[in-house]
Design a protein around this ligand. Structure first.
Ligand SMILES: *[C@@H]1O[C@H](CO)[C@@H](O)[C@H](O)[C@H]1NC(C)=O
Ligand SMILES: *[C@@H]1O[C@H](CO)[C@@H](O)[C@H](O)[C@H]1NC(C)=O
Ligand SMILES: *[C@@H]1O[C@H](CO)[C@@H](O)[C@H](O)[C@H]1NC(C)=O
Length: 605
């Protein structure tokens, strides 16, 4: 994107950036200019399928068994949504044990907004049509819930509001063409925009949409400050508004500036909004507090027609560090997992979070849609750690390696479900600390002549987890101890299973997803909806009085898309936001028309 070059020239004159590092970004821009523009996404996709990779097998033909399973997921959605309408209409979420409603996301009916596109994908047009008159009267200045202890006023949490409401409206508009939904998205986006009024244009935690008063202090969490670019760029694209464009774009530019200062690697989880830089505890993670920021690097590049190379480079530099620093293989079962590190010495915690289970799907998506070649980056400008990661990984076919990591991680995420007495995965596990870094195992394999399959993919058989809850004792023979036993009806594992199915065509992923759906039906269903569980390691499961909106927006949507044969939102034509709301991929020419109008000064209202 041309605007990055102006960022680079500002940096060079500021003299705290070396020319070599700036060259990383310039060189890559030149590299990509050689790629002819204007191919429709499907052309670009099929040219990279040649020759086919081992993971690109044909999708099996339509079958009545899977049609019937998809129909069951649709019934599950109707059960959850009808329970919501019956007992919690006008509230955000249903409490499926007490049959009451709760306002926990602004009191704007989040379950309805969040699942409009699920209704459309499932052909539930009556439910969708019934929602429109309510949305047309909805007032986004009127905040009903009281979420933040200690606050004397009501505020809207920026991140959650963006991914659930704004993302929900935009995707439902994209699928239905309903103008009302775009008008409301435009209105909501405008009301939220004062939140970007910080030094580098990263959004603050919360805002009063009526008074524009901001809340949440000066610290920012990576996932919350850097997971809005897709929504703002798509909003700008659809409305044609340059004003919307510059907010999303400013976030991207500020990330680029930070990446240049850091000279490679991942963004840490804690930031200071006053100076727009990482600050506080030095934690690297792909789980809580970080997840979707990494997701949006790749997805922004894909959504804008693969021309915005800055996002691709940040994705490659980040995944280089994840692959060489955060991934481990357990000693007994050879389970591949991804953990986080703390402190300047990057000590691994060996914690494996359910939230991290979106990551195999992301890796598979990148490997499926892109050539993934490190040659677009000039390693000489990288910091020593990033240079080491680069030198290690340049010996591999990066696409094959990302796909192997995806397969190993997605399998581990599924095993955490399949091992449990309930068949549902825990929120957090402590993995065996004697696990080895995956890169060390890979290097042994490479030096031994790369004989046999890529290591780290051996664990495929469930091992019934019969350990007492919360045991601190040895992790043998499972190679982990369940640390947090809850199951919050989360989507991440099913999201990755869905992407693995679409990318590989291997029916094992569908069968695994079907097993999880059956466990959801068995243990979480209530007379009015579906309930989170307190523990996945005990049967009968103990339910909790909550039905999160993302269960309808994401979990059931990915299950449905996994079981239907036709694909209404193919991965080479749509990108899903971090709440599973699909936005269509569009061509750079539409995006480019905005770039000359971006003010070079900081965003300040
Ligand atoms: C939520 O639903 C209630 C009841 O239908 C309605 O009065 C209210 O305006 C809705 N709010 C929004 C923001 O859609
Ligand atoms: C918004 O603020 C104005 C001015 O303070 C006030 O009159 C109005 O009632 C507020 N609206 C809502 C929905 O709170
Ligand atoms: C990566 O790109 C370079 C330069 O274009 C090329 O020589 C190399 O073969 C590519 N590697 C792979 C694995 O495609």
């Amino acid at each position: 994107m041309a605007s990055y070059q102006s960022v680079l020239s500002r940096f060079r004159s500021a003299r705290y950036i070396t020319a070599a590092v700036a060259a990383v970004f310039v060189v890559s821009t030149l590299y990509y200019i050689q790629i002819p523009a204007g191919h429709p996404p499907s052309d670009r996709f099929s040219s990279w399928n040649d020759p086919p990779r081992p993971w690109q097998r044909p999708i099996t033909p339509s079958s009545p068994v899977w049609d019937a399973r998809a129909a069951q997921v649709k019934q599950a959605y109707l059960h959850a949504y009808e329970g919501y309408l019956k007992y919690a209409e006008g509230y955000d979420e249903l409490r499926p044990l007490s049959n009451t409603g709760i306002n926990n996301f602004n009191g704007w009916n989040v379950t309805m907004y969040d699942s409009l596109d699920t209704m459309l994908l499932m052909d539930l047009h009556d439910e969708f049509s019934a929602a429109l008159p309510i949305i047309s009267k909805g007032n986004f200045r009127k905040i009903k819930n009281y979420k933040f202890p200690g606050a004397t006023k009501l505020y809207v949490p920026f991140f959650e509001t963006v991914i659930r409401y704004l993302g929900g409206l935009l995707a439902a508009h994209a699928l239905s063409g309903e103008q009302l939904l775009l008008d409301k998205a435009d209105e909501l986006g405008t009301l939220l925009e004062p939140a970007f009024n910080t030094y580098k244009g990263f959004p603050v935690f919360a805002i009063d949409t009526n008074s524009t008063e901001l809340a949440g202090g000066i610290s920012g969490i990576l996932a919350e400050i850097a997971s809005c670019q897709l929504e703002w760029t798509y909003l700008a694209h659809t409305t044609g508004s340059k004003k919307h464009f510059r907010y999303g774009n400013q976030v991207i530019q500020s990330l680029v500036e930070t990446m240049i200062e850091r000279q490679g690697g991942m963004f840490p989880t804690n930031w200071n909004l006053q100076n727009g830089r990482p600050g506080g505890r030095d934690t690297l993670s792909v789980g809580a507090a970080a997840d979707s920021a990494h997701e949006y690097l790749l997805k922004q590049y894909l959504m804008t027609g693969q021309k915005d190379t800055a996002n691709l480079e940040m994705y490659l530099l980040s995944t280089n560090e994840m692959l060489t620093r955060l991934m481990y293989v357990t000693p007994n079962r050879q389970m591949l997992y991804i953990t986080d590190t703390n402190g300047p010495k990057h000590m691994p915690s060996h914690v494996f979070e359910h939230l991290s289970c979106f990551f195999p799907g992301l890796l598979a998506l990148g490997a499926h849609t892109l050539p993934l070649n490190l040659s677009i980056i000039d390693p000489s400008g990288l910091n020593p750690d990033a240079q080491r990661a680069y030198r290690l990984l340049e010996n591999y076919d990066l696409r094959e390696l990302h796909m192997a990591a995806a397969e190993g991680l997605a399998t581990s995420c599924w095993l955490m479900y399949a091992d449990m007495p309930t068949g549902l995965g825990p929120e957090i596990a402590n993995m065996e600390p004697k696990s080895r870094p995956w890169i060390d195992v890979l290097e042994e394999w490479r030096r031994g002549g790369m004989r046999g399959p890529i290591p780290g993919l051996a664990a495929t058989t469930p091992m019934p987890y019969t350990k007492p809850e919360q045991s601190k004792a040895t992790s043998k023979p499972w190679d982990y101890v369940v640390r947090r036993t809850d199951y919050f009806l989360r989507p991440e594992t099913l999201e990755s299973i869905y992407i693995m199915w679409r990318v590989t065509g291997d029916p094992v992923w569908r069968e695994r997803g079907w097993g999880i759906f059956q466990a959801i039906e068995k243990h979480t269903k209530t007379p009015s909806g579906y309930a989170s569980l307190r523990s996945v390691v005990r049967v009968p499961a103990v339910q909790q009085d909550e039905q999160p909106s993302y269960f309808l927006a994401e979990t059931l949507k990915y299950l449905y898309l996994l079981f239907i044969d036709e694909d209404p939102v193919p991965l080479d034509q749509w990108v899903f936001n971090t709440e599973a709301h699909p936005f269509p991929i569009f061509e750079w020419s539409n995006y480019e028309k905005f770039k000359f109008d971006i003010p070079s000064s900081r965003v300040r209202n």
